[in-house]
Design a protein around this ligand. Structure first.
Ligand code: CA
Length: 239
């Protein structure tokens, strides 16, 4: 049974979510305060499988909770529930290390689909899936991607990756040299069909470029294919 922490200070919404998640077979618990939730997540040491995290919270806001969680080395999948769906807020959430976001108000069916998607990706990344998704490690241009450990290593550096960063990279690396459409990424990496906001994909690519590229504004590995999507190139030709 997957264990989910709901961090939400609107009592009715929190109670409704808990009830619905339990009806779907999840073990769901609620915290109302950001600081308390952060301490609980850090203390649990990976005891939760996913977190649904409201942004406007007493104690500590959702962005700070996820940022401090990542800084503490905790990479539990986090979905932000944001009342303000403006682009800047979404970007801030991803910057902080969130894996997905859902603007309020949302349909319960969409929330459940997204949550299932996050948990499925988590399992898939850990290599307990049935599909052939290629090796657990990938070396390119002096760097080593370790998908199981969710880290990118080069020289003496270890860059931890969030669940969705690692999942997206694994998907692109598996299709090295091929152009992949944004919509295909949304459907196959995020497991989302109802939603057509492809900015999610663009934001993640921008984040990954900061990890992978010597010059993120002039990418050589994660290339934009205008009007279509993206292509991963392991060993670009010398310029
Ligand atoms: Ca709130």
């Amino acid at each position: 049974m997957s264990r989910v922490l709901i961090v939400e200070d609107e009592e009715h919404l929190a109670a409704g979510l808990k009830l619905n998640l339990e009806a779907e077979g999840y073990d769901a618990e609620v915290e109302e305060d950001g600081q308390v939730a952060l301490e609980r997540l850090v203390a649990s040491g990976g005891g939760f499988d996913a977190v649904l995290l409201d942004v406007m919270l007493p104690g500590l806001n959702g962005f700070e909770v996820v940022r401090r969680l990542r800084a503490a080395g905790q990479f539990v999948p986090v979905m932000l529930l944001t009342a303000r769906s403006e682009r800047d807020d979404v970007l801030r959430g991803f910057e902080a290390g969130a894996d997905d976001y859902l603007p309020k108000p949302f349909d319960l069916s969409i929330l459940l689909a997204r949550l299932q998607g996050l948990l499925r990706r988590h399992t898939w990344l850990r290599g307990t899936h049935q599909e052939d998704e290629g090796p657990d490690e990938f070396a390119f241009s002096g760097k080593l991607l370790d998908f199981r450990a969710q880290v990118l290593r080069w020289d003496e550096t270890e860059q931890p990756l969030t669940l969705m960063e690692a999942t997206l990279l694994r998907y692109l690396v598996r299709r090295e040299g091929q152009t992949v459409a944004r919509k295909a990424l949304l459907e196959e990496v995020w497991g989302v069909r109802e939603d057509t906001d492809t900015r999610t994909v663009d934001n993640f690519i921008a984040r990954l470029r900061r990890h992978l590229e010597a010059e993120p504004s002039h990418p050589r590995h994660l290339l934009t294919v205008r009007g279509v999507g993206y292509r991963f190139v392991a060993e670009p030709e010398e310029q």
